[in-house]
Design a protein around this ligand. Structure first.
Ligand code: CMC
Length: 430
């Protein structure tokens, strides 16, 4: 219990404790009882919901989906298995997995009319814009989703469609951007292999899938699959709270993820490394110069791929990705000058007082971009890969929120504008 005393009023706030011991006070009655609200820019100190999906301990570098450590899931599970776990709460039995895999795979095709949409986008359209708008457009092909009285089967079908079709849309947006014919999905392949096939296969020849690349992509997707109340997931919940359909909410999630402070950071990391390389290569002198720039607020530049709102010791996803990246770099005999710069920057930053004091460590995006690059995935597609990975997390959060019938999200504000004043006719205005 906590007691707040405000002038002559005193109220008691109920204490909430999570299953891993995090503590909160429920301030839901504060305004009614005292006339006050709380102000918390960036919601740095506000829990917006209770959730059973993902646990994250930023101080200890812990990430678990439904209780299972991310390290075990990344090593031993498939992406669709993890999607099932996040969305339905338990790891699937082999029968459940077979049904789920079949249901998702069955929906990999998109409506032929949607193929024409791609012709309408400029070739240089950013694939995140294409993905977000086309996921929103899926709702127009399945108008049943607009019916608020859907049963569980209808909802499951939407979930299967969204998971399957977003991968096809993503791959086709890439094909469109390079003027290549789109590749229809191959349902004999698993999710990750199919995605690579649709992106890199050609109708003119056989496409040889590299097992290590498929496995690395599977890992990357799992590592991105959920991250509790991050910016895009919160967006999905905010949009979903108005009872907008799942496609609308997921489309909003894609758009929120796009920004460079969130999922767009993986693209920004590569662009930053390229800029450093173009400026003077991987020499110590050049890397040092850039590190100084990142520490100087006046420069307006940050070391992209470093720092996190929640992780203050290390990002467990970054540790796994770095290992997966090293395996792929070795297997594919990658010789990438940007990798040398990334390694140097990391080493210098981890030993630099500025980064140590502010607890800034490499996050998931620092090495994921280099790994995508080694796989041949173009820079503008990096955030799209993140979006595909995050899809199960968005769906799980949307489902949890709608099942709990949470109220519409409608925050308050503290108005700091002009007080009431009289309208002035235009010819009287100075
Ligand atoms: N380089 C240099 N300085 C930094 C960086 C950085 N990457 N990140 C934070 N700082 C400084 C910042 O200037 C501030 O300094 P001061 O206290 O003197 O004002 C301090 O560290 C705290 O930063 P903040 O912006 O208040 O922290 P935040 O929790 O609001 O932001 C962040 C977290 C991830 C947006 C930020 O660290 C950042 O901009 N990092 C670079 C972008 C990036 O890599 N984003 C991907 C995040 S992980 C993927 C995902 O989940 O979306």
């Amino acid at each position: 219990m906590a007691e707040i005393k405000l002038n002559s009023t005193s109220i008691t706030l109920e204490e909430i404790t999570g299953t891993e011991g995090e503590k909160a006070f429920d301030i839901g009655s504060l305004r009614n009882e005292t006339g006050y609200v709380t102000l918390d820019y960036g919601l740095k100190n506000t829990a917006v919901t209770k959730s059973e999906i993902t646990f994250l301990d930023g101080e200890e570098g812990v990430l678990r989906y439904r209780g299972y450590p991310i390290e075990q899931l990344a090593e031993r599970a498939s992406f669709l298995e993890v999607a099932y776990l996040l969305i339905y709460g338990e790891l699937p039995t082999s029968n459940q997995y077979e049904d789920f895999d079949h249901a998702v795979t069955n929906h990999t095709l998109i409506h032929e009319d949607m193929k024409k949409f791609f012709e309408g986008y400029p070739q240089r359209a950013h694939p995140m814009g294409v993905l977000g708008s086309m996921i929103g457009a899926l709702s127009s092909f399945y108008p049943d989703v607009l019916n608020p009285d859907q049963n569980q089967n209808d909802i499951d079908r939407t979930i299967h469609r969204l998971l399957a079709k977003s991968a096809t849309i993503a791959a086709w947006s890439y094909k469109n951007s390079i003027g290549h014919p789109v590749m229809y999905p191959q349902n004999r392949l698993n999710y990750s292999a199919n995605l690579l096939y649709m992106m890199f296969g050609m109708p003119t020849e056989e496409y040889d899938l590299n097992d290590k690349t498929v496995s690395a992509l599977n890992k990357l997707l799992i590592l991105h699959a959920d991250h509790e109340q991050n910016c895009s997931t919160s967006t999905v919940r905010v949009v979903g709270s108005s009872q907008a359909n799942l496609y609308a909410a997921a489309s909003a999630g894609v758009m929120a993820l796009w920004g460079p402070l969130h999922g767009g950071a993986n693209q920004a990391v590569i662009e930053m490394l390229q800029e450093i390389y173009d400026d003077g290569g991987a020499s110590k002198q050049n890397v040092d110069k850039w590190l100084d720039r990142f520490k100087d607020k006046e420069s307006g530049q940050r070391l992209m791929g470093f720092g996190h709102r929640v992780y203050k010791n290390f990002d467990p996803r970054a540790t796994i990705i770095k290992k997966a990246a090293d395996d792929v770099f070795e297997d594919l005999k990658v010789n990438d000058p940007l990798l040398d710069i990334a390694k140097q920057l990391e080493e210098f930053a981890l030993n630099d007082d500025y980064f140590i004091e502010k607890k800034l460590y490499p996050n998931v995006d620092y090495y994921s971009g280099l790994l995508y690059r080694a796989m041949g995935i173009p820079t503008e597609m990096f955030t799209v890969m993140f979006a595909l990975g995050r899809m199960p997390g968005w769906i799980a959060n949307w489902k949890e929120m709608t099942e709990e019938k949470q109220p519409i999200t409608r925050p308050r504000q503290i108005y700091t504008g002009k007080n009431k004043r009289e309208f002035i006719d235009m010819d009287q205005r100075s």
